[in-house]
Design a binder for this molecule. Sequence first.
Ligand code: AHZ
Length: 326
Amino acid sequence: SSATQTQSATENLSQLHLNSTPITHALSDVVKQEDWSDFNFAPIRESTVSRAMTSRYFQDLDKYAVSDVIIVGAGSSGICAAYVIAKNRPDLKIAIVEANICAGGGAWLAGQLFSAMIMRKPTHLFLDELEIPYEDEGDYVVVKHAALFTSSVLSKVLQFPNVKLFNATAVEDLVTRPADNGDGVQVAGVVTNWTLVTQAHDLQSCMDPNVIELAGYKNDGTRDPSQKHGVILSTTGHDGPFGAFSAKRIVSIDGNKKLGGMKGLDMNRAEAGVVKNSGKYEGVDGMYFAGMEVAELHGCNRMGPTFGAMAVSGIKAAEEILKHFA
Ligand code: AHZ
């Protein structure tokens, strides 16, 4: 019938079109004539793979055992801060400690289980710098998927040679020393453990932690005045199984401060409140905060699914840290 003839003519056309379009991919020149039958990799020993991973990890543990900046928590605020610090100061060693296997915190989705990430201006300027596309809606912009934002920031941060992400690693405590002026304490590092170990402390008898120390201290634990001392930026998010970790620990150390406790959702107050209160924590020298942990520490509102303040508070804290090292 003519209907069948038309259908087969269309199929032939699309087949012809397909055949006339050369398929290109990274291996087009290696795998000739679409023949994968004798494809193979060069031989490798299992121990080679093991050594390639473990030697590098132990080199990193050694290199970052003393770090200039320790970022606790790799959520949206932490990774934005890491980007700004690492980009401006390639000479600083930046260790990011993230309890989860996945860096990015909550920013793989943008609210409930929805994808599109809302950011209020002027955060679009940061997106421009990172070449992350968005829809301009006037006072705010929309990135089509939160995962696009998070993966783009992470891909840049992880390429800096002065940044190491220790994921699946939890900060269990802070290293503290008496403050230089003899009044109160200063932070001098973080106490770490594999997250799975941290979660299983009640089940085993003794699983002692490891530490990352901040730069700028002498062997006896006093500050070395010839060096800028390192700092901790905590971005562990609001209270949860791990969240607000440093805020809670800090108030137990600094007798002058009570935990503010995150207040209810108010988009118009929350974002500016978090940005204004982010940065240096006056009560304990060397300690900085950004992101939703600031809301827990200082009693700001939560903003719900709008992420501008996460990027901007991270940028503000990064600017203060850069001024410290200037
Ligand atoms: O796993 C945590 C997450 O990736 C990590 N973290 C928490 N405690 C840790 C610890 N050691 C190591 N002790 C730890 N890592 O910190 C990360 C926090 O990411 P997040 O996305 O929860 O925080 P954020 O402040 O960067 O972003 C918050 C985003 C929110 S919450 C919110 C609301 O509820 O109203 N609104 C926004 C925009």
